[in-house]
Design a protein around this ligand. Structure first.
Ligand code: NDP
Length: 402
């Protein structure tokens, strides 16, 4: 039985908080704190109505470290689950260190003024967490998160050596809007407009955005154009599985989505450089975010499924083999259960499950960890029951060239 403090009250938070509330035997007390308290209260009301459980709420600016330390010390959680934005990661890690509590997030730190994705800033906290005997678990959503646990699971049970790893992320759903992003629009557009990057023979290879595309077949969805992009978990996976010769990440985008994105970029609305508007400094992408649908509002009429998995080629008992592990998640089922759409759901369920692994002693250790460093088995044993069942197929055509 442990207390958890959840920070951030968007789409992902709604699912993490809801799922934690389903397991009072593990999460005995829950506090939800965010910049806008009314959003915490709205989530608390949904949980009270659907599960009959009360949770506490609070207002906090997570970038105000002294205020956050005070909040943590007054509530005394065992774990802080950060589902605010990547910008707050380091502030929340600092506050956890000072208050002496453990930390978890679902996305790596990004500085506000440059869209740069790397673990260096958070890995630099290794000694500080170790010295205090505390645990920091990085990137425990789906991707990053479950994608790494899938890799560790295949490496443990299906292969002697993994040589080729492709993480494939398809949203085959339809929210009925002309243009919307499934998680925070600012973070999403920063990520997708970056150059692509993949790991090949010991070094990173850079590509233009959406330069490499494979038409891939997703279970129960069909063929979708899948574009190579850089994703943060590649960095830790190639470090923790050094036999990997090539590691790539693919995400599906519809033509309509890419056309909107191109227009947004061409007219300067994807820019993160501040401009003056009527004497006030604004960041075009932050302004655009305010005009786009919020991720937590997309659920109601969302149809279709997501399908995220890993396609792996390697060797077992001296022979070459392939394996594909994946989960399909229905947007409607996610909404019916938690009031949130499938992308928030596929992020929130692994976050709750990772928190449960830590709080029940199945994942342990002092320092900073990426999730593939823990034993995947206890997580994989319960993830289906928690809402994200998986399937594995061996020795099939992975539809990729190397
Ligand atoms: P939302 O924009 O819906 O929610 C973000 C929340 O964080 C908002 O409630 C926001 O408050 C709050 N927040 C922002 N700044 C602060 C601050 N300074 N102090 C306190 N709270 C703050 O985003 P999502 O729920 O879609 O995403 C949440 C996180 O999950 C992101 O980091 C995202 O990158 C990550 N993610 C990870 C995935 C994975 O698979 N690993 C997939 C999808 C998302 P306010 O309401 O006031 O704006």
């Amino acid at each position: 039985m442990a207390k958890v403090l959840i920070i951030g009250a968007g789409g992902v938070s709604q699912v993490v908080t809801f799922k934690c509330a389903q397991y009072p035997e593990v999460f005995s007390d829950i506090m939800l704190a965010s910049r806008t308290k009314s959003k915490c209260d709205k989530i608390a009301a949904i949980i009270e109505e659907k599960l009959g459980r009360k949770i506490q709420t609070a207002q906090i600016d997570a970038e105000d470290v002294p205020a956050l330390v005070q909040l943590i010390k007054s509530f005394q959680p065992k774990l802080v689950i950060n589902v605010a934005l990547p910008y707050q990661d380091l502030c929340i890690m600092d506050a956890c260190l000072e208050a002496g509590v453990n930390y978890m997030d679902t996305a790596n730190y990004e500085p506000k003024d440059v869209a740069k994705f790397e673990y260096s800033w958070q890995w630099a906290y290794q000694d500080k967490f170790k010295e205090k005997g505390l645990t920091a678990i990085l990137g425990c959503g789906f991707d990053p998160g479950q994608s790494q646990i899938y890799t560790a699971y295949l490496a443990k049970h299906y292969f002697d050596e993994i040589h080729y790893l492709d993480i494939v992320d398809c949203n085959g759903g339809d929210h009925g809007k002309a243009f919307a992003t499934n998680f925070n629009p600012e973070i999403n557009i920063r990520e997708i407009t970056q150059k692509g990057r993949y790991w090949k023979d010991g070094k990173w290879v850079e590509t233009e955005p959406q330069e490499i595309m494979f038409p891939l077949t997703y279970p129960n969805i069909g063929v979708r154009k899948s574009y190579l992009m850089y994703h943060e978990e590649l960095e830790s996976l190639v470090k923790n599985f050094p036999t990997i010769k090539m590691a790539r990440f693919f995400m599906t985008f519809g033509d309509e989505y890419l056309t909107h994105l191109r227009v947004i970029q061409n007219i300067g609305m994807a820019s993160i450089k501040p401009i003056l508007y009527k004497g006030v400094e604004i960041v075009p992408l932050q302004f655009l975010k305010e005009t786009l649908p919020a991720p937590e509002t997309l659920g109601e009429n969302y149809t279709g499924e997501t399908s995220i998995g890993c396609r792996v080629k390697g060797i077992k008992d001296g022979k070459e083999k392939t394996a594909y592990i994946w989960n399909n998640c229905s947007h409607q089922a996610a909404y019916n259960e938690t009031g949130a759409q499938g992308v928030s759901y596929t992020t929130g369920v692994p976050a709750m499950t990772g928190a449960m692994m830590f709080l029940t002693g199945k994942w342990q250790g002092a320092g900073v960890f990426n999730v593939e460093e823990f034993d995947p088995d206890p997580f994989m044993e319960v993830i289906g029951k928690h809402g994200l069942p998986f399937e594995v197929k061996e020795n099939i055509d992975l539809e990729l060239t190397y």
